[in-house]
Ligand binder design. Sequence first.
Ligand code: ATP
Ligand code: MG
Length: 660
Amino acid sequence: MSLLAALNPPQREAAKYLDGPLLVLAGAGSGKTRVITHKIAYLIGECGYKPGSIAAITFTNKAAREMAERAAKLTQGVNTKGLIVTTFHSMGLRMLREDAKFAELKPAFSILDSADAAGIVSEILKTTDKQEIRRAVSRISLWKNELKSPAAALQTAEDDNARAYARIYDRYDATLRAYQAVDFDDLIRLPAELLDTHAELREKWQNRLRHILVDEYQDTNVAQYQLLRKLTGVRAAFTAVGDDDQAIYGWRGASADNLRQLRDDYPHLHVVKLEQNYRSTIRILKAANSLIANNPKLFDKRLWSDLGHGDPIQVMPTKDDEHEAESVVMRLLSHKFQHRTEWRDYAILYRGNYQARVFEQALRNEKVPYQLSGGQSFFDKAEIKDVIAYLRLITNSDDDPAFIRAVTTPKRGIGAATLEKLGQVAATLHVSLFEAVFSAAAASQIGERQLAPLVEFCHFINRFEERAAREPAGELLDELLKAIEYEVHLFDQDDQRAAQNKWNNVLEFAAWIAKKGEEDEKNLLQLTQTIALITFLEGREEEEPDAVRLSTLHAAKGLEFGHVFLVGVEENILPHRDAVDEGRLEEERRLMYVGVTRAKKSLTLSYCTRRKRGRETVGCDPSRFIDELGDDVRLPEKPSSADAKASGSDRLAALKAMLG
Ligand code: ATP
Ligand code: MG
């Protein structure tokens, strides 16, 4: 039986369609992602496409991994090795690595994280004002996402203010070039530009990739769209799937206009609509439809489900954030006990990362296994960033931010005054700090005695650099940590417990590097670039096999769970206060829609009636979106005494006793 038998007729049509550009436009849970996995398997298993000639682009590394696994399973034995399933950013990195010289980069270029980017802007602006820096950084990012060069930005600037930003952008870009570094936006922008300016690269990539599939198309920005356009060329062999009602990255320059743009740019675009939802109960779907009906319609879509009415949507008012967390966890426990479900059937979703902490605490109190996604990354911890700075410097000695971090951690008796002089020498000679160390100017201006530890440091880095391409990454890293006596450094800096904690993190990181190095047969250089991307896209990769998912709404896109708790459904949170002020209510509503449509069987909303804000406690109102869900929502119970703290813990104790 054909593997496409597992699809309904319009899904099958989409999977088989190969006559030109295809857009699958459909609501949540209608099987868009399923079409992509089946189409990959169909192309390889039944149409004879070489796996390496197919690229599927998803939104997160995790989604990419899952998709690759599913597709491999579906091909029933046909080898899928070489199949590219990736994110836009990893695709860009892959291209840029291969064609680095066209962008005047060495293949070992560094990828700067957002803290490095902010640091550079702070130097240019000569300010430490976070707001000011953030404004400049996001302005630059938007320009890059529109594929605007600094010159173009300057030319089209509407006033002095914009011109000032454009000049900052220019200096920022020059600094990056000097460091042989790119930022995250460059990973899309540079490959898109290269394809634009180099016919031979266009030809190479267009010949290599015979079909490109893009999931979550509604969240692509201009640069990503242009990259896709150039990669597919006139043949335009692509399948894009998306849902305009789930466009939630407007703030990052994405635009659902790209959906309309497709029709304009590809007059022969074939559009398939899917209308059956296979995910949610009728009640959940009705609520989602009723909510999103409050937004103006871009495209007409219907969505129905035959999965039965299911339970009414519950709304839980709670007294404050701690009470909310306790009540949600308690309800989750009692639900799990009654329905004999797995932990992984549950998700707790919220608007902002900061909301996670109390839920983590409540889950830990009850020893519930949980997995945090979209949160502050493991890789953002100071001790991990210290180690990564070494890796970055070893792979790219032009990386000045990494140089400064590494050379000063642990302290090597190199003072700030010495580094400042070195900075001046480097600036005059137009070379990196690393290179400046070996210059005659440094010797004369800094003095041999002060320079000696710097020279020694650079030799030390050089020795590792020579070995990085050959030796196993894990062993090299172990050796490095010993050589710099990083453990001793941590224990010098912190009290016993904190230091041990940090050192454990470092060991975990080292183990991860060793494992990655073996599994993916990657050397330290390739791993270092991968780390930067993981940091950007989703934080740590390790998967808890059976755990409650704690996630932001943004990071929950595309996923589904049996039972969803959507928490903090309050005015000022969801919708976010800034969004209301700035007239971005519709995107907030789409975010709510994404949350609601993650649920398969049950949906519970909670909000606080009071919340701490700084030192004050303020009253909170339930979100307007709760009303917009329609009549099928079980009206808020008053914060009941059963949910209140004291009797709550009694009930919990009884419950735990039953659970054994
Ligand atoms: P989202 O918009 O949230 O990304 P989606 O449109 O990508 O949703 P999928 O995740 O592909 O939807 O599918 C939702 C669920 O429905 C999945 O569990 C999927 O396996 C199931 N499903 C989709 N199509 C079918 C089908 N034809 N038969 C059985 N199950 C299906
Ligand atoms: Mg999907």
